[in-house]
Design a binder for this molecule. Structure first.
Ligand code: LLP
Length: 417
């Protein structure tokens, strides 16, 4: 979070005190540093030196159109998992030939759409999906680029909900099965075997599993070569972790070097699919304390952001640093507080038993490292309009998604009259 820092006890994003934004934008809202997003992308790019590569940003982490178009300008490709993400990526200016499509449950309509758009490749996750893609390509008379997503069965040592490369997970195809499927796909008129892919999990803090997976993938590529199947792309997924609390994640350079050490002698273009590592630390959720409530021996800071705005603490018990927009000079008195939202569920919290400064009604807080899987996982639960998204560039702010209003909430519904 290099671009979020305190100056004279006031939290800044780039060159602006966040409080100044909170005075004109209704809370809760997300605020992003464009500098941080750009720097994160460029640091990945530079890490490849002159090795042929493509960075396919994982759209699910933050799919705001403005952010996607910024990344498109920098040359990013996209890793998508739905027809909606495909259309958003294209609208943002990411060319179809830089888009890879992962996901275990692609529907017939989504497959048709992606075939017609001629994406870089489908990362296929089952034999039935392959058959459907083959049939649709034949029907449409289009030769479709494919890869199989291999499940290498390595333990990524992360939260079980976000680990994807173990054999018990629903993702990918086993090594043996993939060899059979590649040989089956080989020579089919409407199929172009372009690559191989794998993604083992998210918020990875250890590079060893990434290396293990890369070795497995390299060995498969070599086996396929011996069978006369030549690939153009090796896609090793995303997954690099970020610092939320005390973690010390590997650098982008170390991540890429770990991959390149294994892939050194391979002629293929290397694809990675980072999401969190690009946008995670570039965003914060800004919220206001509605009430301070003391209940037996507990203190609750009841804020205007809730689990519908940021669901990660509720579902993964994940930690986000929460800091005041204005620190006080004599801040040596702390209390343990639960920071909770207005939603009618006990699971609606942003932090529990958190050491916090003594704050009062009307004070503002920033929930840090919320740029990835923050807004993109938000909902209208409790008929709450979703938060606005604000992008900062130096001294300038731009609303890149307005607050939802009541009509946004009821727009898709009908009333019994
Ligand atoms: N590629 C594929 C195929 C993926 O499934 C994912 C994430 C990524 C790339 C990007 O992973 P990243 O670089 O962002 O770690 N909602 C959870 C994270 C779910 C990740 C799902 N897949 C969270 O809030 O932590």
């Amino acid at each position: 979070m290099l671009n979020f820092y305190y100056k004279k006890n006031s939290l800044f994003v780039e060159k602006i005190p966040v409080k100044r934004i909170a005075e004109i934008v209704k809370t809760p809202f997300y605020v992003y540093s464009s500098r941080e997003i750009i720097d994160n992308f460029l640091s990945y790019k530079k890490s490849f030196f002159n090795k042929k590569h493509l960075i396919c940003y994982a759209v699910k982490a933050n799919s705001n159109l403005y952010i996607l178009s910024m990344l498109a300008r920098l040359g990013a490709g996209a890793d998508i998992v739905s027809g909606g993400e495909l259309l958003k990526a294209l609208k943002a200016g990411i060319p179809a030939n830089k888009i890879v499509y992962s996901g275990v449950g692609k529907t017939q309509e989504e497959i048709e759409l992606a075939i017609k758009k001629r994406i870089l490749m489908f990362n296929i996750e089952s034999e039935q999906e392959f058959e459907l893609i083959l049939k649709k390509s034949r029907d449409l008379g289009i030769k479709t680029n494919i890869s199989f997503r291999v499940n290498p069965d390595v333990d990524p040592k992360t939260h079980p909900y976000i680990s994807t490369g173990l054999k018990d997970n629903k993702f990918g195809i086993s090594i043996e099965e993939s060899l059979r499927l590649y040989n089956n796909a080989n020579g089919k008129k409407f199929i172009n075997i372009s690559g191989i892919s794998c993604h083992i999990g998210s918020q990875l803090l250890d590079l060893a599993p990434i290396k293990d997976a890369a070795v497995i993938i390299r060995d498969i590529v070599k086996k396929l070569e011996a069978d006369g199947i030549k690939l153009k792309f090796i896609d090793l997924g995303g997954g690099l972790g970020i610092k939320y609390n005390e973690e010390s994640p590997p650098s982008h350079l170390d991540h890429v070097q770990t991959i390149l050490d294994v892939m050194n002698d391979m002629p293929q273009t290397i694809i990675i699919e980072p999401g969190r590592a690009i946008v995670g630390n570039a965003g914060a959720l800004i919220t206001k304390i509605l009430y301070v409530k003391k209940h037996h021996d507990k203190t609750f800071y009841i804020v205007d952001a809730a689990m519908n705005d940021l669901i990660r603490p509720s579902i993964y018990k994940s930690y986000h640093d929460i800091v005041p927009l204005n620190r006080k000079n004599n801040e040596n008195e702390f209390i343990n507080a639960d920071i909770v939202g207005p939603i009618c569920e006990s699971g609606d919290y942003l932090a529990k038993e958190r050491k916090m400064p003594i704050l009062k009604q009307g004070d503002y807080l920033a929930v840090l490292s919320a740029g990835a899987y923050g807004f993109s996982m938000s909902s209208n639960y409790n008929s709450r309009p979703r938060a606005a998204e604000i992008l900062v560039r130096k001294y300038f702010i731009k609303t890149i998604r307005r607050h939802e209003n009541f009509s946004d909430i009821i727009n898709c519904e009908k009333q019994f009259l």
